[in-house]
Design a protein around this ligand. Structure first.
Ligand SMILES: [Mg+2]
Length: 364
């Protein structure tokens, strides 16, 4: 029986990491297409089918119960780290695997570039992180892939040289300053525009419903909605669930997924962060090429679609940001945004060795 967390709440959990074995995980590098996964299928709730079975009142309890808050989880953390070693500890080997290939970076925002905070509107990234992203993007095409709407995530990151895939990849654009960059491809794509009026309507309905639940917050991400319950008392999590479910009964063309203390409502179209990754690679001219090495870094359940896409492609690597063991299709791990910044800095420093004319790194 697995002790891995299924993307539960994790904020107050501290686990002592076991020492990470070195050079044990590259016999099948990059991940083989048919490599076995010990991860469960990404939970996508089809409201037209098994909504009652999956979204019943026990859902939140099972999510809480799967959280590894027990003392013996430390030993399982060691096992997990063997399967998903630190991308920092394995950096040199990772770099060797990417040698001669074009690295393309895909970065989630919340929990990856910024810490998870109680108020999602205050999830700002540090200047140091912004500088690390800016510098690494001088060397590699870099995209931000977020569940938030594109404008909002751009206002957090504020780097015009990047590609932005907002609303879980349904709204893609960039780079804004392509005229300043040689070889920069202008990308624009919007999926599911016909759903915009419905999303707006549900936003209004849910906002009114959530006023009765202290701490609940509905965020309009243009092509999708996020119902945050990070600030809701646990006793009321089921009430949030029930209210959302009752509203969505009238909208069979919308589907529900969940992330870290957030319920997410999206159009029922086959589009996700994995599709966004695939689209961007194709737009950049890398489709079907074996000399490209995508690196996707993310912390949330919705990032699993991108990790799986990379496994299916048999190219590049997925890196899960997590302090705790989680079922994941990612090959590597980083513990938190601080380690993400360190990883980006190392990547930039190594790239700079091949382009010494660029300004020296601001990373320390
Ligand atoms: Mg995230």
């Amino acid at each position: 029986m697995t002790k891995h967390a299924a993307y539960p709440s994790e904020d107050v959990v501290a686990v002592v990491a076991a020492p990470v074995p070195v050079s044990r995980h590259f016999t099948s590098f990059p991940p083989l297409k048919d490599a076995p996964l010990d991860c469960k299928k990404h939970v996508v709730v089809d409201l037209s089918a098994s909504r009652d079975a999956i979204m019943g009142g026990s859902w939140f309890e099972s999510m809480k119960a799967s959280s590894p808050r027990h003392a013996d989880d430390a030993e399982h953390h060691g096992d997990w780290m063997e399967k998903h070693p630190s991308a920092l500890a394995q950096f040199e080997a990772l770099l060797a695997a990417a040698k001669g290939k074009q690295i393309v970076l895909f970065l989630d925002y919340d929990g990856t570039l910024s810490p998870i905070v109680e108020d999602p509107d205050r999830a700002v990234m540090s200047e140091e992180m912004r500088e690390a992203v800016r510098r690494v993007a001088e060397h590699f095409p870099t995209a931000i892939v977020s569940g938030r709407c594109r404008d909002k995530v751009f206002n957090f990151v504020k780097l015009t040289e990047l590609y932005y895939a907002g609303s879980h990849g349904m709204d893609i654009q960039g780079p804004a300053n392509h005229h300043l960059q040689a070889n920069a491809e202008v990308v624009h794509y919007q999926a599911g525009t016909e759903f915009l009026p419905v999303i707006e309507e549900v936003f209004g309905t849910l906002t009114a419903k959530m006023e009765a639940i202290a701490g609940a917050k509905v965020e309009n991400n243009k092509y999708c909605l996020s119902v945050h319950f990070r600030c809701v008392r646990e006793e009321e999590w089921n009430a949030v669930n029930e209210e959302v479910r009752s509203v969505l009964k009238d909208y069979p063309n919308l589907k529900l997924t969940h992330g870290r203390k957030v319920l997410e409502i999206r159009p029922s179209i086959k589009w996700d962060k994995g599709k966004a990754l695939e689209f961007l690679l194709k737009s950049l001219g890398y489709a079907g090429r074996n000399d490209v090495f995508p690196i996707y870094i993310g912390d949330d359940r919705t990032d699993e679609d991108a990790f799986k896409m990379l496994r299916n492609m048999g190219q590049g690597i997925g890196i899960l940001v997590s302090r705790l063991p989680k079922e994941t299709a990612a090959s590597y791990s980083l513990s938190d945004p601080t380690e993400v910044k360190e990883f980006l800095c190392k990547l930039e420093k190594s790239a700079k060795e091949d382009a010494p004319d660029l300004a020296s790194s601001g990373c320390t």
